[in-house]
Design a protein around this ligand. Sequence first.
Ligand code: NFS
Ligand code: SF4
Length: 632
Amino acid sequence: MAVKNFDRPTQMLVERAAALKIDTGVQRLEAQQPQCGFGQLGTCCRMCYMGPCRIDPFGEGATMGVCGATADTIVCRNLLREEVGGASSHVGHARHVVASFKKMLEGKAPYRIADREKLMEVASGLGIETDGRSDTEIALEVVEKAVEDVTRQDDGPMNWIRLRAPAKEMEMWRDLGILVSNAHNEIEEAMHRTSMGNDADPVNLLLACLRIGLVDGYAGLHMATDFQDIMFGTPEPRMIEANMGVLEKEKVNIAIHGHNPVLSEKILEWAVKLEDEAVREGARGINVVGVCCTGNELTMRHGVPMAAHNLQSEVILLTGAVDAMIVDMQCIWPSSTRIAECFDTRVITTESFVKIPGAVHVAFEPEHADEEAQRIVRLAIEGFKERKGKEVFIPAEKSVGLIGFSVEAIVKVLRKLNPEDPLKPLIDNIVDGNIYGAVGFAGCPSIKLRATEMTDRMAVELLRRNVLVVTTGCTAHICAQAGLMDSAATEKYCGEGLKAVLRALGEAAGLDVPLPPVWHMGSCVDNSRIASLLCALAGRLDVKISQLPVAGSAPELVQEKAVSIGTWLLALGLTVHIAPSPRILGSPVATKTLTEGLLNLTGGRAYVELDPVKAAEGLYDHITEKRKALGI
Ligand code: NFS
Ligand code: SF4
């Protein structure tokens, strides 16, 4: 087996797998080598049965598919379909949450409104009358507005764009003709457009990519965050532990994995309520730990430990200490059950459209959330009974971090410094250069780039240059594990200016330590929070988002979802760093448009760089240019 250079806990478990003759992604990636060059460049088409067709990027073989489609057409069609995959996931996630919320309002599902203030903020933003009406009446109208965004047949724009998009950018999108009105229609049209014999114009296809980016951002990310905050509460800062060392041998370990907090919130609730049953079976309690994004949701709202990012979602099972891994939707590796069956671990699927051979399926319906959550927790206790007394293998490492940086929480701290104009202290520090700029990290850990510690090394390089880092999703897990959410990291890694700001903010927050240099803003759908912060800053300064000294990065691109999020950020006018390259290099038009041409349309730009130090330098240079243009 090739020796990778993963962090120690991951590496230990990968080696344990090899010793036990269990395959992990490491071996499977090796078995895939060499991976198809046509696929990597995006020049393979399977849209019809005269194909599959492949275009030779060196111009020596075929230059067109059987139907005459060029590399440009093929690449742009493929890119759009990737984005449809991503946007469907986010819109589907939001729709599931909205549906559960509606059932709750109708008295059919055992949930409640946790953040009334957020409900009122969203309602008034949507133009809903709140005076003299009950919370339920108001909330039902909020639901109606959300449903309109997947049903309306007029020219829109979507309610959630009106609610959350910055004004200047909305105008720009109107001029570009990409202001969308109905997420489902857009997804349908993108599939229609890309099927054989429709759109062959690469530029028109790329504009359609921007449309899907907006669908993703507003009917997916923003909508999901808004409803989740209303239903489960808006995150506030708290201390957490991270890494696989949070598993406890003597407790029933429940790993919750996936994305939808409607399920995981209930599991957490019942894990507490059923603790006595676990104790009767000889456990010292029940330990709920978070994997991937639903882990982030529970971490942000309840301080549940962040056990594993996506790459670790299979290796954590090799500890033998996970009694049940409960999954809902997205990012779940089918290999999980094959590893779980070597131990006493139950993998429990819960969604009708997410089943895995070898898993126990407990259909989770919000109406019966309590019964099903109890059943699931009891399955975990059963797993513990079987495991009790057997050897486990838990790498001891764990780190601590301060997390919970919702925009509301950030503004609350800033208000202590300036009650009337809370963004002013932030802006003053940006102008002074104490905060040279900011970069938002999003997305996944890639088995292809984890060994270079792409995310964590980039973060450190940026902090050194006084660039603040905010993060979501699995890059948040990576940063937490690397200790970058601990205040000690501020002293250790930040440039002097940033250090001073974080010390002052720590004091304002009532802590006797600085704030950490990497701010955990939530799950992947909570990239909406990063956008809200940018929107507020741009609004306060009366500039476009593309003028701010900031950038985005998906340092270890894995998922289609990251591609659609990235496109939304491009539509907002951001420079977005991506590694590895999205599958566009086979198309000269796509490559040029996304890396240069877009600058004239939205101000955004895709930037590909696989070396962490160079990537950080590239983003730093970008920030420098933006600062110059602003005259600061
Ligand atoms: Ni985002 Fe979250 Fe993780 Fe990547 Fe998957 S869990 S939605 S896609 S792998 S960050
Ligand atoms: Fe080939 Fe055209 Fe069919 Fe694609 S749509 S598989 S390029 S013939």
